[in-house]
Ligand binder design. Sequence first.
Ligand code: GLN
Length: 460
Amino acid sequence: ATHLLARARTHTALGAYVDVREDTTLAQARAADARIANGSAGALEGVPLAHKDIFVTQDFATTAGSRMLKGYRSPFDATVVAKLKDAGTVTLGKLNCDEFAMGSSNENTAIAAVGFDTVVPTRNPWNASRIPGGSSGASAAAVAGRLAPAATGTDTGGSIRQPASFCGITGIKPTYGRASRYGMVAFASSLDQAGPMARSAQDCALLLSQMCGPDLDRDSTSIDMPAEDFSRTLDQSIEGLRIGVPAEFFGEGLSSDVRATVDAALKQYEKLGAKLVPIALPRTELSIPVYYIIAPAEASSNLSRFDGVKFGHRADKYTDLADMYKKTRAEGFGDEVKRRIMIGTYVLSHGYYDAYYLQAQKIRRMIADDFQNAFQQCDVIAGPVAPTVAWKLGEKSDDPVANYLADIFTLPGSLAGLPGMSVPVGFATTGDDAGMPIGMQLIGNYFQESRLLNAAHRFQ
Ligand code: GLN
């Protein structure tokens, strides 16, 4: 922990950490040492890790990347944080993210990273002029940049898988409901899920085993299934595993580097004894409009709590209550968050609800059904995580739609609530992209996390 803290203090160029508190971390490390010495060590005793700043923490500030929560300190720990602490982990600090987890590049943060006086983008450790992905971009950057052996992330429409792919690390988003959402600053509640980001499937399995489990009193969507030991089946043979390959994931717009690398990984899986099965996910393209209706709709409702009254930012000067709300929200939220609140409010409003929100919900159900049809023929689904490697800083920062389109391969699984992971499988070789990492996505049926981790581990 001391070594990693020193790295967090000196290697600030990545702009990954937003809060580091040496005394807190070292006290936790000493407590872990004491438990190891007296024989009461937890499953992850002494393992240092860092949390995405979307999880509320008692010991560190929680901002969710927003001016709205700048300096906010939670009176309690998120369930996922509490569980990892109970298992003995030592918290290195909090990691930057896109504001309220809305984004794909980590450029949407309003919080200055440790070592900076102004807001800076988090950088990709493989190439400092590139984004690390998002919204759990700093989690991926910290792990890839050796500032933390592991980190937590959250995934609403790809925010664990995409940055893991862009930074060449492993990340898994479990089945919706596996990990408690209690204490995760809410973005889109029917989609938000927590998961681990680490160097290998093995590390992810160890962490995920501690992060999951029922929390019925605090999260009504938490699933009443006992926590599982996801490490148990890591070494199983994948002989005969049927890997579904959706044609829609290999269409136009896929970079030649990503295509070639994922194709090579599929060939490697065949060598390991898996069988490739062509499948169809015909509504893949529709997942973009469907997600960008449902997620903003839920966000517009979730973010109504930031009104300047109960907690967070409040405008300095105002005339009356309505003016206080307006000024507080105008000052506290960034552009992307405002854009989504407006879209969400619009699609939920009288006269438009049926045309947008209701339609989106119907197609969401069909997308989930498409997956169930596909899983009749295969055990896991494989394809790219994103159409390209990490893009350059600033390249898409003025173009929200370009950001949304890049989510095409992660959104379908999110809408269906399925577990998905990103496994590093190679690097780009052409032009400016050369050397950038490429991840392969594995999607499983509900509660098949151990199968995904097993398939990833055998590959690694
Ligand atoms: N890029 C997607 C978005 O901007 C996904 C974000 C996420 O999973 N939190 O909404």
